[in-house]
Design a binder for this molecule. Structure first.
Ligand code: DX5
Ligand code: ZN
Length: 206
């Protein structure tokens, strides 16, 4: 299981959290960007993400909870490993093609209440699907179990190399549901960042 650590709840101690992730066995550093429109929270301006990226030794897994396609294009210039935006804000392939033209891997995120059939047209053209297991916007919420069956349905029809990731409410208990669902990767925030030792909690999940 790949682990991507979200530092959303460490906004006041970002650099120290990034360094702790550097020292751990995390596979990716997950950065959440919110525009105050797609979700009501507003976080991680471009300059802050730039600073984080310059300190991080991990590959960046950028999750954009934003409406405006131009904002996504701006953040794409930072050249993260994965750039994931929401299926709810697209109705064609233009943005996917743009991100791919930069040589980046592209992910589509989907909210708990969104119909999973929206994903189907894009499955052959993307690198990752990010299932939200909480309503996006805040860390520290509880895992919505109904996402498990949705993941299993998509997993059955998805190309074999499509990475299935999940974000929200992952801990030492809900990780079992993620494994059962067939996830390849988990995004974990507060369970890791509230722990005394990041690496111990990451290893528990792997
Ligand atoms: C929620 C964010 C998550 C969040 C996860 O909108 O996308 O990445 O930080 O935090 P936990 O693991 O605390 O639910
Ligand atoms: Zn996220």
């Amino acid at each position: 299981m790949k682990v991507s650590v979200s530092i959303l709840k460490e906004y006041d101690n970002l650099i120290s959290a990034v360094k702790k992730v550097n020292k751990s066995s995390a596979d990716f550093l997950h950065i959440d960007v919110m525009d105050g429109k797609f979700v009501d929270n507003k976080k991680f301006p471009l300059e802050v993400v730039k600073d984080i990226k310059s300190v991080s030794t991990k590959k960046i897994d950028l999750h954009l909870m934003v409406k405006d396609h131009n904002v996504i294009k701006e953040y794409a210039q930072l050249m993260p490993e994965y750039i994931t935006f929401h299926v709810e804000i697209i109705d064609d392939f233009k943005l996917i093609d743009y991100v791919k033209s930069l040589g980046l891997k592209v992910g589509l995120a989907i909210n708990p209440k969104t119909d999973i059939n929206l994903l189907i047209p894009y499955l052959d053209d993307i690198d990752l699907v990010l299932f939200m297991s909480v309503e996006p916007g805040y860390g520290g919420q509880s895992f919505k179990e109904e996402v498990v069956e949705k993941i299993r349905k998509i997993k059955k029809i998805a190309p074999i190399d499509l990475i299935i990731s999940i974000d929200g409410g992952i801990n030492d208990k809900t990780i079992e549901l993620c494994k059962y669902a067939g996830c390849d990767m988990v995004v974990v925030g507060s369970y890791v960042t509230n722990s005394k030792n990041y690496d111990d909690s990451i290893k528990e999940l792997k």
